[in-house]
Design a protein around this ligand. Structure first.
Ligand SMILES: O=C(O)CCC(=O)C(=O)O
Ligand SMILES: [Fe+2]
Length: 214
């Protein structure tokens, strides 16, 4: 039997706060805690992929009927698994592993793995209101967005808008900000931006055969 990869670490308050907020309200916005050099390198990677035309227009719709509809979703993406490895990406993946273990230990979510892609929204592009969990694939459980825009100014647009029962909450996509929310319940959208908007978007997934989650 394969055990969950487990590594001992002191859980920083920052990660515990994210877990508390998720349990309380279904979403959290926090500082990622990643070093400035790591954030810089990730931002450079995302922009270089765009310059090199190595990002592809993202599709919407269920398996079998995926299509590119820029009026609904205008970002361009590349999965991290498909990118040349580098130390900054390793640091990001490790930070996400720590967050995943913290959420499992505190909230017993049974999160098993993480899938993630770079995303670049050119000026004017957005993503209409949606949920991240697909009807034909219920494994995505917690969504995580790390923003990579060191030059972001108020008025640039591109906010993540969470549609909550008590009203909308907007998150500015400033470098280092982490937005975390439940994939099946938090409706959200990306407002069009005036400049290129870079991020890493990912999902903690459950195991399809987890007997505890049936
Ligand atoms: O970039 C964001 O703020 C959110 C992106 C998003 O909702 C998605 O890719 O599903
Ligand atoms: Fe989303």
């Amino acid at each position: 039997m394969k055990m969950m990869p487990e590594f001992p670490f002191a859980v920083p308050d920052r990660l515990l706060s994210i877990a508390d907020l998720l349990a309380e309200q279904g979403w959290a916005v926090a500082e990622s805690g990643l070093a400035p050099e790591v954030l810089d390198q990730l931002e450079r990677n995302c922009r270089a992929l765009w310059q090199d035309e190595a990002l592809r227009p993202a599709a919407v719709g269920r398996a079998g009927e995926r299509q590119v509809v820029p009026e609904i979703r205008g970002d361009h993406i590349r999965w991290l698994d498909d990118c040349p490895p580098c130390a900054a990406q390793d640091a990001y993946v490790e930070a996400m592993a720590r967050l995943r273990l913290t959420l499992n230990r505190t909230l017993l979510l049974g999160l098993d793995n993480y899938e993630t892609h770079y995303a670049l929204y050119p000026p004017g592009a957005g993503y209409s209101r949606h949920l991240d969990r697909f009807k034909d694939n219920p494994l995505r459980t917690v969504s995580v967005v790390l923003y990579l825009n060191s030059q972001w100014q108020p008025g640039d647009g591109g906010e993540l808008r969470l549609h909550l029962p008590e009203g909308p909450v907007d998150v500015a996509p400033r470098a280092g900000t982490l937005a975390v929310f439940m994939s099946d319940s938090i409706l959200h959208e990306v407002l069009p931006a005036r400049r290129h908007r870079a991020s890493l978007v990912g999902w903690f997934r459950r195991r399809p055969d987890n007997p505890l989650l049936r």
